[in-house]
Design a protein around this ligand. Structure first.
Ligand SMILES: Cc1cc2nc3c(=O)[nH]c(=O)nc-3n(C[C@H](O)[C@H](O)[C@H](O)COP(=O)(O)OP(=O)(O)OC[C@H]3O[C@@H](n4cnc5c(N)ncnc54)[C@H](O)[C@@H]3O)c2cc1C
Length: 322
């Protein structure tokens, strides 16, 4: 049985923890909870899935499908969706959502794993001591790991491990940033679609939250700014950004009320444009001594199922190695 440290309790880290169970696993996350970008924001009575919105019904990762079914943690929903609002293209779309918000998916997977965990623990350095590794936070030193699996966005993973790994600069995955604006309205706006793409040139995605959280009293929406807009306006004042989004939303659906609540989140590393696998044909990055490995949604693609698959692919290799 090996001592394995996993840095990052997002979907990739949870996939590795699940697939390597049987070893002595410790998972670390700088946040207070598992799930990473699969995030549900609560504000008093309001709820918003302001990271990942849904899982594609037709994703190809069978293991994840089976696990979600066996834990009974997703609902299937058929929603009215616009594949391009500017062109007025509408469809019925079948999606999978967490039974209690998207973050309930990673939370339940994590609870079920029953592994040792340290939250609110940002790893700032990895050190080698003879044959084992230690992980350092601002206040603690965790020792004696045979294997360290780094499951954080690529640029942060590179910073943490560049003294152990020669990175190939030709194959660097690039991230796109996304601003997310959350709005709530006291009265119904009588909008007859649940979400869609391209509400406006600068708003790439919008989704109503009420079909996810039927007990919500207010009408809640999440709107994502396009990555182009976000990139060009990384330091925009939140209030100015929210006013822009509110005014586009009002014009698009002829609204006659102002939001009761508004808030913004900036995802600096939201999604990768081109995956590492498509650049390099490789499924992970490893150190020369095969003791430190990097994985994440930047490896196979940009979705929850891709992140799970990235962990799964690396675990196949590690299960042979161990
Ligand atoms: C706005 C937005 C919308 C999206 N929409 C969808 C969607 O609708 N459907 C879909 O399938 N996917 C969607 N995605 C993508 C999906 O959320 C990601 O692909 C997936 O969650 C990535 O998982 P991960 O484990 O690779 O990374 P992350 O979720 O980023 O997990 C990394 C974890 O590492 C932790 N961490 C980072 N640095 C450190 C450190 N130094 N020490 C300790 N911990 C650290 C972080 O706190 C985080 O918990 C969306 C993403 C965003 C941002």
């Amino acid at each position: 049985m090996k001592n394995i440290a996993i840095i990052g309790a997002g979907i990739t880290g949870l996939s590795l923890a699940y697939n390597l169970r049987g070893n002595n696993i410790t998972i670390f996350d700088k946040s207070w909870r598992p799930g990473g970008r699969v995030s549900t924001r609560k504000n008093d009575e309001l709820l918003f899935d302001h990271g990942a919105h849904y899982l594609s019904k037709n994703h190809k990762v069978k293991q994840l499908k089976n696990l979600l079914d066996s834990l009974d943690i997703v609902n299937e929903k058929i929603i009215n969706f616009s594949t391009n609002y500017l062109k007025k293209d509408f469809i019925k779309k079948t999606i999978l959502i967490g039974k209690n918000g998207m973050n309930s998916i990673p939370r339940k997977i994590f609870d079920n794993l029953k592994i040792k965990s340290y939250f609110n623990s940002k790893i700032i350095s990895i050190e080698k001591n003879n044959e084992t590794y230690s992980l350092i936070t601002e206040t603690e030193n965790y020792i004696n790991f045979d294997l360290v699996l780094v499951c954080v966005p690529f640029l942060q993973a590179k910073e943490l491990t560049n003294k152990f790994i020669d990175f190939n600069l030709k194959h660097e995955p690039k991230y796109e940033p996304i601003y997310t604006v959350m709005l709530s309205y006291e009265e119904s706006n009588n909008i007859n679609i649940d979400g869609g793409l391209n509400l406006h040139n600068d708003i790439s995605f919008f989704m109503k939250q009420n079909f996810k959280f039927p007990n919500l009293k207010d009408e809640c929406w999440v709107l994502n700014l396009s990555s182009d807009f976000t990139f060009k306006n990384l330091d925009i004042n939140n209030k100015i950004l929210e006013e822009k989004v509110i005014s586009i939303f009002e014009r698009s659906f002829s609204l006659n009320q102002k939001p009761k609540f508004q808030n913004t989140h900036r995802w600096l590393y939201a999604q990768t444009k081109i995956s590492y696998n498509s650049l390099s044909k490789k499924n992970w990055i490893g150190s020369k001594d095969s003791k430190i490995f990097l994985s994440g949604d930047w490896v196979m693609g940009r979705s929850i199922s891709d992140a799970w698959n990235a962990g799964l692919q690396l675990s196949h290799y590690l299960n042979i190695l161990l």
